[in-house]
Design a protein. Structure first.
Length: 162
């Protein structure tokens, strides 16, 4: 075997181990119609969110923005597990991590059980206000994209050794 072949095989073996890790992207549209398990609040408030989850590190990151609320923000959480027409307990108090100001940008480590619920679209965002204490606006968190770690690199390496 020549040096180039040995190096190529070493790189492939390293990437094969990393190929099992994935980063999953999520999105959420947040509004008053989804609040209170779909009963709604009548709020004209809206928001949106993008999130990512890395299954190798168990880190969840978020960027959540909202506006036009009828009250002052008092709490902001990720809730779950729950379908869109159900309520559930708090999984992560993101306001305690990244604040109650919009946009709220932060990250935290979640458990494998929490990750399973998140990946099954059983988490939602709930923004509470002093006017709507149970939550003025809400949005179900939906999977947007799954990206394997090393995926594009693997294709490039394979093409070098054809």
């Amino acid at each position: 075997m020549n040096t180039q072949t040995v190096f190529g095989l070493a790189v492939i073996l390293c990437l094969a181990g990393a190929a099992s890790a994935t980063t999953t992207g999520f999105v959420s549209t947040i509004d008053g119609a989804q609040a209170n398990a779909g009963a709604g609040t009548g709020s004209a408030g809206t928001g949106s969110a993008t999130l990512t989850y890395d299954d190798a590190t168990n880190i969840l990151t978020w960027n959540i923005a909202w506006g036009s609320l009828t009250g002052t923000e008092t709490l902001a959480h990720f809730h779950g597990p729950a379908a869109p027409d159900m309520n559930a307990g708090v999984q992560v108090n993101f306001a305690a991590i990244s604040g109650l100001s919009s946009p709220s940008i932060g990250q935290t480590t979640i458990t494998p059980a929490q990750a399973a619920d998140l990946l099954n679209e059983l988490w939602y965002i709930n923004i509470h206000t002093d006017v709507q204490t149970s939550g003025e606006i809400r949005g179900q968190i939906l999977v947007d994209a799954v990206v394997p770690v090393g995926g594009p690199t693997w294709a490039k390496i394979k093409s070098l050794y054809r």
